[in-house]
Design a protein around this ligand. Structure first.
Ligand code: SDX
Length: 429
């Protein structure tokens, strides 16, 4: 193979340029030398939605969308989901190596002992209307956490970064559960440090008058695996938001809040809620042909299908689908599964979906499980945000330590009005 470079001839001037190719990319700034004269700003690349732009170097998550590969720190997702516990794999994603037993014990103790939130949050959540969406409450409450830890703004202080990281990972399930409890009109349940991360979340969600909540071990394990599957996914919309907001150096609480806001959208993490609403709307397998016609006419999307990177089956979707059957052994089969399976069967063989490489993604089956666990659809994206907080923080820390990174500030193509003078209002028509 030839030299790792591009030779570009600018046909406007006849000038030739040699641009080095590094890791399958050219540097955007190398285009700026291509000018028609000394007054020329130079070329930029134009890439709406950054479809073909690498924004950073990263060592956290590797995805090969064409063949459906997902690895955290080099470990295949299927192995981690099958053999790991949530906090163990969260440690791997964050620190880059699987923890020793001693490291895991310390990590588990630290997370458990940061899980409580200031009691002001009882009044904070009570300030929301009865029907406030839990994602909006989570986004607000995470940002509000920053008011209790002003030292978090010292993002160059490694001890502070470490402490805020543990606080956020520990408190996000408590805030999530309290948002749910408020929306249900239930009293708030406090963390139980004897329980696992997932078990404690179930405790804070569903504990009622019993003295000690005992999570069902099958449901606890299913939730652990779901949390592992949602830990990180390289430079998706919400993670890129975390990096973008983090690049101006605010505290991590408001950056996580911004990332969660990006996740909330129905094209991203809000898709699992949209899938359940779609399945409910379809209502019965006999209605699927008419529904699929509306999708093929482009009147709506098949929520939970398609992906910017995966042009093959999302490896997470396969695992989630398997978990569904384990959960239904305990909760009883969710009738929505039959509709989901038939939609998938049709989509995997229909030309419209095949030619567009639309496969089920992680959001297609997760909502059916959350519903079986007793969660309302408006809690589904909150379930996504809990583990993804680890990915957001890991990416944020990597960005802070990357010497190539600085405040993010893209450019634009301006095609608005040229210079014009102000007109007094009496002269305007
Ligand atoms: C997540 O990025 C990540 O890594 C995200 C995520 C993570 O872990 O962080 O994996 C989590 O967000 C998963 C995706 C969840 N979203 C959904 O399930 C919503 C439904 N999916 C689509 O909106 C869409 O597939 C996206 C947003 C996921 C991807 O959009 P792209 O890459 O911009 O693709 P596109 O919209 O350009 O679609 C290409 C074609 C279009 O058809 P044409 O205009 O060429 O005729 O495919 C069609 C689209 O209309 N299409 C769909 C479709 N998704 C794309 N048609 C029907 N149903 C769909 N779901």
């Amino acid at each position: 193979m030839g030299q790792e470079s591009l030779t570009i001839t600018d046909n406007r001037t006849g000038a030739a340029y040699e641009l080095p190719i590094t890791d399958g990319t050219i540097r955007g700034m190398d285009l700026r030398q291509i000018k028609v004269d000394d007054n020329d700003f130079g070329l930029m690349s134009y890439d709406p939605a950054y479809i073909n732009t690498a924004s950073c170097r990263s060592q956290i998550t590797y995805i090969n969308g064409d063949v459906g590969i997902l690895r955290y720190r080099g470990y295949p997702i299927a192995q981690l989901a099958e053999q790991g516990s949530y906090l163990e794999i969260a440690y791997l994603v964050l620190y880059g190596e699987l923890p020793t037993q001693e490291q895991l014990d310390t990590w588990t103790y630290d997370i458990a002992h940061h899980s409580i939130v200031p009691d002001n949050f009882r009044r904070f959540f009570n300030g929301f209307r009865y029907d406030a969406h839990p994602m909006a409450m989570l986004i607000s409450s995470v940002a509000a956490l920053s008011t209790f830890y002003p030292e978090a703004r010292s993002i160059r202080d490694q001890d502070s970064v470490e402490l805020q990281t543990r606080r956020l990972i520990a408190k996000i399930p408590t805030l999530a559960a309290w948002a749910y409890r408020h929306s249900m009109g239930f009293p708030y349940a406090y963390p139980d440090n004897d329980l696992s991360y997932s078990g404690n979340f179930l405790n804070m969600m569903f504990k009622m008058t019993e003295l000690k909540y005992e999570p069902n071990p099958i449901l606890e394990r299913a939730l652990d695996i779901l949390f592992i599957l949602h830990l990180d996914h390289e430079q998706n919309c919400s993670t890129s938001t975390m990096r973008m907001v983090g690049s101006s150096l605010p505290d991590p609480y408001v950056a996580v809040s911004a990332a969660a806001a990006a996740l909330y959208g129905p094209l991203h993490g809000g898709a699992n809620e949209a899938v359940l609403r779609m399945l409910t709307e379809v209502g019965d397998v006999k209605n699927i042909p008419e529904f699929m016609d509306s999708v093929r006419r482009g009147e709506r999307k098949l929520m939970g299908f398609g992906h910017r990177v995966y042009k093959n089956y999302d490896p997470r979707a396969r695992i989630v689908k398997d978990i569904a059957y384990q959960v239904f052994e305990v909760t009883g089969r969710n009738p929505m599964l039959d509709i989901a399976l038939e939609l998938e069967r049709i989509a995997l063989q229909e030309e419209y979906f095949v030619e567009r490489k639309l496969y089920p993604n992680v959001d297609f089956y997760s909502g059916i499980i959350y519903q079986a666990l007793g969660l309302p659809p408006n809690m589904f994206t909150v379930m996504f945000a809990i583990p993804r907080t680890v990915g957001w923080l890991t990416q944020w820390r990597e960005m802070l330590n990357d010497p190539e990174q600085r405040i993010a500030r893209p450019r634009q193509i301006f095609d608005g009005a040229d210079t014009r003078n102000h007109i007094s209002i009496s002269d305007r028509s």
